[in-house]
Design a protein around this ligand. Structure first.
Ligand SMILES: *[C@@H]1O[C@H](CO)[C@@H](O)[C@H](O)[C@H]1NC(C)=O
Ligand SMILES: *[C@@H]1O[C@H](CO)[C@@H](O)[C@H](O)[C@H]1NC(C)=O
Ligand SMILES: *[C@@H]1O[C@H](CO)[C@@H](O)[C@H](O)[C@H]1NC(C)=O
Ligand SMILES: *[C@@H]1O[C@H](CO)[C@@H](O)[C@H](O)[C@H]1NC(C)=O
Ligand SMILES: *[C@@H]1O[C@H](CO)[C@@H](O)[C@H](O)[C@H]1NC(C)=O
Length: 368
């Protein structure tokens, strides 16, 4: 830690100032000492404030965050949780936008991005290997942690399943694993889980909620609960009892819907209203899915007038549907997704512009 502080030069400034002011202070009157202490305090406070704000001083910043464990950060039960269950360490722009938009929307909550590819050692090294991650980490409420599954599943109904599942036989392993993790994570710590293709546009005003994808059907792409909520425990039990990894979604949206329907008779949504089932808000499809999955390409089209999404808290972009077409954000295209990036994740958007400028420069250099 000391090494890092010295290298940056940020902390040494404080100690110099401290000694100087302090020496002067001690030879004068008591009153002046008091004044001095005030100055020192303000000065130190100012420097720490600088440290926290100055984006050029990234090496100083993780010091405070580096020693925090998921438990420390998530103990308040207010976390926003994102997952990357593959080894990938270079998140695509949509993932960065998703995390950035949440970080901007929920300034008073920790935003936790769990990545399987991050082991303890690479947390300190990612700055050079993954520049996009260091931009996320530089946001003061964003935390990156490695995924430790054996610890996560401990004390949950999922542990026996996890210990005996033969992953080589699982057709949908990445999805099934991700379905399991979100249940355990939100049950253990409380908070909101979001898929990494969700762009936050308003803060969600309820604590215990499920997101309807359509009438009488719940998604699991976004869900929120207080810590140790019985509904998630029921879901984890159902996960193990009715396990079938061959059917896509059986452990995901179908599971949530099944458990919810056991509790309450769901009715069709008539308009923009939400439903309530044992104090769990079953949120109207408009809240997160104003564009239903059949129309997902609308996000990549130019609209005559910009939609306001007044009834939505966040927008799910259905990236699952985008595996073949690989649609992306193209700068200057004026597509809906470009406008969403510009508004809700300006830093990600700026980095896309810079990438375009860089490649244009290279092109010019090559041709001239
Ligand atoms: C897992 O399944 C594979 C393929 O069917 C098999 O070769 C392997 O022995 C199994 N592993 C265990 C631990 O059962
Ligand atoms: C749902 O409705 C049916 C018939 O109207 C009723 O028998 C059943 O008890 C209800 N279930 C719940 C969970 O309310
Ligand atoms: C729902 O919440 C309200 C207010 O928090 C509480 O008074 C009520 O008992 C709860 N109902 C159930 C079924 O948990
Ligand atoms: C959406 O909200 C804005 C700002 O509150 C308002 O001006 C606009 O009329 C609303 N649009 C619709 C379609 O209700
Ligand atoms: C984005 O999509 C456009 C149009 O399909 C394509 O020309 C471009 O190469 C893509 N850009 C990236 C970075 O994948």
């Amino acid at each position: 830690m000391n090494k890092e502080e010295k290298k940056s030069g940020c902390i040494t400034n404080i100690s110099c100032a401290f000694i100087k002011v302090n020496v002067e202070g001690t030879v004068k009157m008591l009153k002046e000492i008091q004044l001095c202490l005030c100055v020192i305090f303000l000065f130190a406070f100012g420097i720490f404030y600088e440290l926290y704000q100055d984006p050029g001083c990234i090496s100083c910043k993780p010091i405070s965050k580096y020693f925090l464990t998921p438990k420390d950060v998530m103990s308040q039960g207010k976390s926003i949780i994102f997952l990357e269950t593959t080894e990938k360490l270079q998140p695509p722009p949509l993932v960065l936008c998703s995390v950035e938009s949440a970080a901007r929307m929920y300034l008073d909550r920790p935003i936790i991005f769990f990545m399987k590819g991050l082991d303890k050692s690479s947390v300190t090294n990612y700055k050079s290997s993954c520049p996009s991650l260091s931009f996320l980490y530089a946001m003061k409420n964003v935390f990156l942690f490695p995924l430790q599954l054996d610890i996560l599943f401990q004390d949950t109904p999922l542990l026996p399943w996890y210990l005996q599942v033969n992953t080589t036989q699982e057709k949908n392993w990445a999805y099934v694993l991700s379905d399991a993790i979100r249940l355990a994570m939100v049950w253990k710590y409380g908070g909101i889980y979001m898929d990494t293709d969700v762009i936050s546009i308003r803060s969600i005003p309820v604590t215990n909620f499920l997101a309807a994808q359509s009438s009488q059907f719940s998604s699991n792409g976004i869900l929120g609960f207080q810590q140790h909520h019985w509904f998630l425990w029921d879901c984890m039990e159902d996960f193990v009892q009715n396990y079938n990894g061959d059917i896509w979604g059986n452990q995901g949206p179908f599971l949530i819907t099944r458990v919810l329907k056991r509790l309450c008779n769901l009715t069709d949504f008539e308009d923009r209203e939400d439903q309530n089932c044992h104090n769990i808000s079953f949120l109207n499809p408009q809240r997160f899915y104003p564009i239903p999955y059949g129309l997902w390409t609308k996000y990549y089209e130019v609209w005559d007038s910009r939609p306001e999404f007044n009834d939505s808290y966040a927008l799910h972009l259905w990236n699952y549907m985008n595996q073949d077409q690989k649609k992306n954000v193209t700068i200057g295209s004026n597509t809906l997704v470009e406008n969403l990036f510009r508004t809700y994740c300006p830093t990600t958007y700026r980095s896309l512009i810079q990438a375009v400028e860089k490649s244009e420069q290279m092109f010019q250099n090559e041709t001239s």
